[in-house]
Design a protein around this ligand. Structure first.
Ligand code: ME8
Length: 539
């Protein structure tokens, strides 16, 4: 069953500090998918925002000498501005300190109570404020008298009254849903496979250690030792555990509980895009809360990897945090967006290196795509009086596509794609698997094919011997470029808009279905100008 809506989310970011490359990475990946689905013709809801409660944020406010509310207003604004800097097309920006979100959290809490899944007890154990997470004693290591969580965050001993959520009750059901076949409406799909295996192993280990239904597997979901959170309905001594509050943002923004019609159209979310460090919250706790409340769990959660900086772990103490604003100012937005999604297979860890970014920009964007566009468009300017030449039936466009696609590409073979116009369908298969680098590798293989085709057919030479053939060759190359530009829009929206302008493609003909309708011969094309600048390493 396919819906005409598509709901995609980024994590909501902690406002304890300013935005860094990790935030930009998750958000750009989600943005590419949101833009892709819009070009497919879906009604998209793309959500991002900020996570503003909890001890970690309260502590950051205290250290800044501010009250939590003005502090979060200020830092949240920096994340809102980041959306502009990195070109996000988000439809909403949620803050967990908003009224609508309190209403959703409290409504959800009441449903958990009604389901019999909330009980009052005492929490005693280890808590890492930095991760806002509880840890078992076996997970910790000790150095110089301080205990640390596997994430490297120090933990502290906490003992306080707490409400618990009967997570234990939902674990077998989670395992069942992860394993349902693709296409089953109840399936919760977790990717990549290796991450899914970790989640499954974690649940199985818990079940083995404590036994099915053991309260040891339940989750503490309220705190009394600080106030910066959503009050628990009926017991204002407690505020909700920040992860219960934070995860709820996804349904708040979809219209829960105030707009049931909208909620029915967009929920369950098609994809929660997250980093590998927060998969457990999204793949275990969140679907369990939802199932307990009688709400469908998300369809899919994808956990991406982490970036290092020139080979080093990124950390504040090493002073090597990468500021996305700096990157964009130095290299330009589209080269940065392209690099982040091209360099590393999505899901794996990767190393950010200036040299690698410059090599991708110069070798692929400027010398391959920019060069093809410039060669073809300049020839059309010079030899066809700046007007789109008449096409005639040649096999040229197919020849541009077929060798790379059909011979080498498994996803193209799987759907039997043969023509250039089918490229969006092939790439949709990549993007539905969140394989951004695979999609880009395929497009750039084709662009290289386009350059080879120009060299082989030498249209400048045909001008004298066979002008009609020259026109047909240029027309085919124009169609190929239009197709490449169309599918690259989600990755590099600004530059591809310029290329489509230069190709004479009107704004309303830039979605995928429009590729089936060729532009009329004689369409005037503006004089071309270079799309990408070559970058130099000026350290
Ligand atoms: O986790 N490389 O917020 P956050 C790649 N508020 N990604 C990185 C990274 C790196 N070096 N460092 C961090 C939270 N990230 C919660 C989410 S959702 C209901 C609540 C990613 O501000 C990290 O994996 O710590 C995560 O996806 C996001 O940036 C960090 O978000």
């Amino acid at each position: 069953m396919t819906r005409d809506t598509y709901f995609i989310t980024t994590p909501i970011y902690y406002v304890n500090d300013k935005p860094h490359i990790g935030h930009a990475y998750t958000s750009i990946a989600a943005d590419v998918l949101a833009r892709w689905k819009r070009l497919e013709g879906k009604r998209v809801f793309f959500l991002t925002g900020t996570d503003e409660h909890g001890q970690k944020v309260e502590k950051a406010a205290r250290e800044a000498g501010e009250a939590p509310k003005p502090f979060t207003d200020r830092v949240s604004q920096a994340f809102r501005e980041l959306t502009g800097v990195i070109g996000l097309s988000n439809d909403d920006f949620i803050r967990t300190t908003e009224e609508r979100h309190y209403a959703a959290c409290q409504a959800l809490w009441r449903r958990l109570v009604a389901a019999g899944d909330i009980y009052l007890g005492h929490y005693e154990g280890w808590y890492a404020v930095r991760d806002e997470a509880f840890y078992g004693p076996d997970e910790l290591t000790e150095r110089e008298g301080v205990k640390y969580a596997p994430s490297g965050a120090p933990v502290e001993w906490v003992r306080e009254p707490s409400y618990f959520f009967r997570l234990s009750r939902w674990l077998p059901e989670l395992l069942r849903r992860y394993d349902l076949p693709e296409g089953d409406p109840e399936r919760i799909s977790i990717a990549p496979e290796t991450r899914k295996n970790e989640v499954v192993a974690f649940i199985r280990q818990g079940l083995k250690e404590f036994g099915e239904g053991s309260p040891k597997l339940d989750l503490s979901v309220s705190r009394t030792s600080f106030r910066w959170g959503v009050p628990v309905p009926g017991d204002p001594d407690h505020v909700m555990y920040v992860w219960l509050d934070a995860l709820t943002n996804y349904i708040t923004a979809a219209g829960y509980p105030s707009d049931p019609e909208r909620f029915a159209a967009f929920w369950p979310a098609d994809l929660h895009m997250v980093g590998k460090d927060i998969l457990r919250f999204h793949a275990i706790y969140w679907p369990a809360f939802l199932m307990s409340a009688g709400i469908a769990p998300p369809r899919r959660v994808f956990a991406h990897g982490w970036w290092t900086n020139e080979g080093q772990k990124i950390s504040k103490s090493l002073g090597n945090v990468i500021d996305p604003l700096d990157l964009v100012q130095r290299f330009g937005l589209d080269p940065v967006r392209y690099f982040l999604l091209r360099e590393v297979p999505f899901g794996q860890d990767g190393d950010f290196s200036r040299k690698a970014l410059i090599a991708r920009n110069n070798g692929e964007l400027a010398d391959t795509l920019g060069n093809l566009a410039n060669r073809v468009l300049s020839l059309i300017q010079r030899t066809c009086e700046g007007r789109l030449p008449e096409g005639r039936p040649t096999e040229a466009a197919a020849a541009l596509l077929e060798p790379a696609l059909l011979a080498a590409d498994p996803r193209a073979r799987a759907i039997g794609a043969r023509k250039l116009e089918e490229l969006p369908a092939v790439l949709t298969a990549y993007l539905d698997a969140q394989d951004f680098s695979g999609a880009l590798a395929l497009v750039f293989a084709l662009v290289r094919g386009g350059n080879e085709y120009v060299t082989q057919r030498a249209p400048w030479a045909l001008r004298r011997t066979d002008p009609a053939e020259m026109a047909a060759v240029l027309r085919d190359l124009h169609s190929a470029l239009r197709c490449y530009a169309t599918v690259l829009q989600p990755f590099m929206p600004g530059t591809m808009a310029r290329l489509l302008d230069q190709l004479g493609v009107p704004a309303e003909a830039r979605h995928f279905a429009a590729l089936a309708a060729p532009l009329p011969a004689g369409t005037p094309l503006p004089p071309p100008s270079p799309l990408f600048a070559k970058l130099e390493d000026s350290a």
